[in-house]
Design a protein around this ligand. Sequence first.
Ligand SMILES: Nc1ncnc2c1ncn2[C@@H]1O[C@H](COP(=O)(O)OP(=O)(O)O)[C@@H](O)[C@H]1O
Ligand SMILES: [Mg+2]
Length: 222
Amino acid sequence: MSLTIQGLSHQIIDGDNHRHLLDNLSLSVAQGECVALMGESGSGKTTLLNLIAGLEPVQQGKIDVAGLALQQASDKQLSQLRKQHIGIIFQQFNLLTSLSVQDNIEFSAKLAGRYNAEHGLALAEQLGISELLNKYPATLSGGEMQRVAIARALNSRPQLLLADEPTGNLDENNSCHVVEQLVNLAKSNNTALLMVTHSVDVARSMDKIYRLQDGSLSLFTG
Ligand SMILES: Nc1ncnc2c1ncn2[C@@H]1O[C@H](COP(=O)(O)OP(=O)(O)O)[C@@H](O)[C@H]1O
Ligand SMILES: [Mg+2]
């Protein structure tokens, strides 16, 4: 398994109240498995991704990513895990504005110590962004930025790829196409994918769809 979560609970302080955002939640995602995460705004999807990425401390329960038990890990181990084994695609893509598209794509792979020029170029080719390599992020459209962010995240060949509404500001047709590409690439790289999306159409190209509600996950079969 690339990701195993057991009995995860997470409280937040909301004014004077403690709110159980996540309540005894469990989830497993195998290598190469693509999972969609849906749920209402405020249900805790981003918090769950942050916990899995080791960006927020585990309060209760167990999270295991690529063989590391996050609840026992040091800050150094967590940052090493993020560099080596986790890819993240943020809602706003977070491309590095001072670097060219090519340097953006190479960045994560170099951090992971897994830089391979041919792999980066092949990803750019597969995502249809080869002709953008010398451009800078500020000159790209939203859809182009998204594909660059996908290439960057996959180029380090992570065991687990986390994506938080990566299709948020793109139209449905475009989104479905890019997500299909993302799923195919994740599978051919044997990368597990956990993707937050609001679109049922987008979610349908994934292997499983979970809904986060009242702190736990249920398999969505609609
Ligand atoms: N560190 C925090 N402290 C207090 N409240 C938080 C914190 N992080 C998130 N929240 C609250 O938790 C809820 C879930 O947030 P979030 O995980 O961003 O949900 P989603 O991504 O599903 O929209 C929201 O009500 C948010 O305001
Ligand atoms: Mg969110």
